[in-house]
Write a protein that binds this ligand. Structure first.
Ligand code: AOF
Ligand code: ZN
Length: 401
């Protein structure tokens, strides 16, 4: 007989690994993993299905069938107790005859909030709560943030050159990080509900912000551009793909306080260039020019963007924007650049995690300064992990709670 606690952790770790698999696919539902174990053997395993239903438990129980009787169910999140779009998982667990349920995290959804556990215990099932709760809290962090704070969990991603720059003035994308980092960013995007950039970056880089990795293509998150004046060009890749992958254009002051007082060129120089890694190290001019420069007035620009499939969203502050995104079920947001967008979120104290990629080369003259670099990460963040991706140093910082 192994130690029961150890065994619980081992199976819960497996349930959490399963949960990770569908991160970014189940919104507005959390991605939950469930493992059913009978006498030390896994007889059922499942993760919340893409789109959020069916829930994990019902699928895992279906696989286990009769073998669920007397078994232990390991679930990342407390089984639901409500009649939502599907019947309660707590009822399904009771009906299956499982003898014990091990839960990592209690569900803060007000329809559940402990009732799942009460139902299970009421039916004579042993319930243990809190196994690997730290890890469980990380896997479910986006869902928990939206439930508890009514805003998405915000990750800021920055790629910074050895001399602390995120790009070069007047240029499109400049190579900062290498191929391994680029692949990591694709995985990150696939796990995220939405990606955000500022208009300067959208114009300077003309990014598509989709996931382009074999097997992950269908996981492209919602793209969001902070664009107070509606400068996003109709010929940009973002607009041209707006019918296939949702695009939200944010107007109002959240789309940059003060940016309207500056000329487009000044804004571009100040905030242009995302930290997006690039296809070539070439020096080229920004690929696009702002829509306003075409002489179209605001209402016409608005109409044209909407006709192209973009959705316009007005928000006056970053907190307002985040609340609006949360109310549409967006639980995780990846801020990808540029410097001004990064600063807006940092100034609002609304960054939960910072992923910093530091490349080996210097940008030199004409560089656009990063809001911070390895030696000057804002206070209130703790380094959780550091590793090398090729020649890049990768650091993962978490906000102190
Ligand atoms: C579970 N197992 O795999 C998931 C759960 O809209 P509904 O009916 O699908 O309910 C959504 C809620 O269900 C969600 O807010 C959360 O409380 C729970 N998610 N619960 O038992 C699962 N994904
Ligand atoms: Zn459920």
């Amino acid at each position: 007989m192994g130690e029961p606690a150890r065994e619980d952790e081992r199976f819960m770790a497996a349930a959490l690994r399963l949960a990770r698999r569908n991160l970014g696919l189940t919104s507005t539902n959390p991605s939950v993993g469930c493992i059913i174990v009978n006498k030390g053997t896994i007889v059922g395993r499942a993760v919340t299905a893409p789109g959020g239903r069916p829930h994990a438990e019902t699928q895992a129980l279906a696989e286990a069938g009769e073998k669920a009787r007397g078994a232990t169910a390991y679930v990342a999140l407390e089984p639901c107790s409500h009649h939502g779009k599907t019947p309660p998982c707590a009822d399904a667990l009771i009906a299956s005859g499982v003898g014990r349920v091990v839960v990592s995290i209690l569900d803060p959804d007000e329809r559940v909030a402990g009732r799942g556990v009460v139902m299970l215990r009421g039916a004579g099932i042993d319930v243990d709560i809190g196994t690997l709760h730290e890890e469980g809290g990380r896997v479910l962090e986006a869902y928990l943030m939206r439930q508890r704070k009514k805003r998405p969990h915000v990750t800021l991603k920055l790629a910074v050159s050895a001399d602390g720059m995120i790009g070069r003035r007047g240029e499109g994308q400049v190579r900062i990080s290498g191929a391994v980092s680029r692949a990591q960013v694709q995985v990150l995007r696939a796990e995220t509900d939405a990606i955000l950039v500022g208009i300067g970056t959208a114009i300077a880089d003309d990014p598509e912000l989709t996931v382009r990795m074999p097997g992950l293509e269908e996981r492209s998150p919602v793209r969001i551009v902070l664009d107070r004046r509606l400068d996003l060009p109709l010929e940009s890749k973002l607009v041209r793909t707006a019918r296939d992958v949702p695009l939200i254009v944010v107007t109002g002051d959240a789309g940059y306080p003060s940016s309207h007082e500056q000329g487009a060129g000044a804004r571009r120089a100040d905030e242009g260039q995302s930290s997006l890694p690039l296809s070539s190290g070439s020096t080229r001019e920004p690929v696009l020019s702002p829509l306003a420069e075409a002489g179209t007035d605001y209402d016409a620009r608005r109409g044209a963007l909407e006709a192209a499939g973009a959705e316009l969203l007005s928000a006056d502050t970053i907190p307002d924007l985040l609340a609006a995104l949360a109310s549409r079920g967006i639980s995780s947001l990846l801020v990808e650049g540029g410097a001004r967008a990064a600063r807006s979120f940092l100034d609002a104290d609304l960054v939960d995690r910072i992923l910093l990629f530091t490349g080996p080369a210097a940008i030199g003259e004409g560089g656009i300064s990063s809001p911070f670099q390895r030696t000057s990460v804002p206070e209130g963040f703790t380094l959780r992990r550091t590793t090398r991706y090729g020649d890049d140093i990768f650091e993962d910082y978490e906000r102190d709670s």
